[in-house]
Design a protein around this ligand. Structure first.
Ligand code: HEC
Length: 177
């Protein structure tokens, strides 16, 4: 055993001694307030100094994209937290006029992509950007005449019916072509 460790110990000791023994320059301390001897360029400051351009939705007003967005909304189970038709649940309503983080398309995109602190997961690494924009396109149709699959009755009534196990009183919507 000692035949294995002793060369190692010897080496480590030699290394430590050589490190300690190297020429040590005395530390030069500039007097307080002295100007820097060299002008150090800080380098370019990131960004243009202008506010970031607002990104616009490439699918704004595109009903086909909004329809796909509606499907993604249920495929990715956004509806599990935000309710079918975005009426709200564990997550806030996307139908009411209140936007915690702003309701412009780029703000809604950011909420989805980056997530929000009080329980909104970040989807940016899971959902391709184009699909997120389609979901935004769908969300922006909510409460407009072009809403995809609008609720057939006030959501509170519909949810009360579903909670009681009774089918809604009104007939289901006609199948879309
Ligand atoms: C696990 C539950 C959950 C899921 C799944 C979920 N969300 Fe959320 N979402 C939340 C919560 C909770 C908030 C509120 C976060 C906060 O207040 O910080 C939120 C906030 C948001 C907001 C911001 C609302 C505002 O008022 O500014 C948007 C937009 C949104 N979610 C869209 C989506 C979309 C689209 C999906 C599907 C891709 C989704 N969410 C999936 C829980 C969820």
């Amino acid at each position: 055993m000692s035949s294995v460790t002793s060369p190692l110990v010897a080496f480590a000791t030699a290394l430590a001694l050589s490190l300690m023994g190297c020429d040590q320059q005395p530390l030069e301390v500039a007097p307080a307030g002295a100007a820097s001897a060299t002008e150090t360029a800080v380098g370019p400051i990131p960004g243009s100094g202008q506010p970031l351009p607002v990104r616009s939705n490439p699918y704004a007003g595109n009903p086909t994209a909004a329809n796909e967005g509606y499907q993604f909304f249920s495929w990715y189970n956004c509806s599990g937290c935000h309710g079918v038709h975005g009426g709200g649940g564990m997550g806030p309503s996307l139908r009411d006029p209140v936007w915690i983080y702003g309701g412009s398309p780029d703000q809604v995109f950011a909420s989805i992509s980056e997530g929000r602190s009080n329980g909104m997961p970040s989807w940016g690494t899971k959902i391709p950007e184009q699909q997120i924009w389609k979901i935004v396109a769908y969300i922006k149709t909510i409460n407009t005449p072009s809403e995809i699959d609008p609720p057939t009755m006030p959501l509170a009534t519909q949810q009360a019916h579903e909670a009681s196990g009774n089918p809604p009183a009104s007939p289901p919507p006609a199948p879309q072509p």
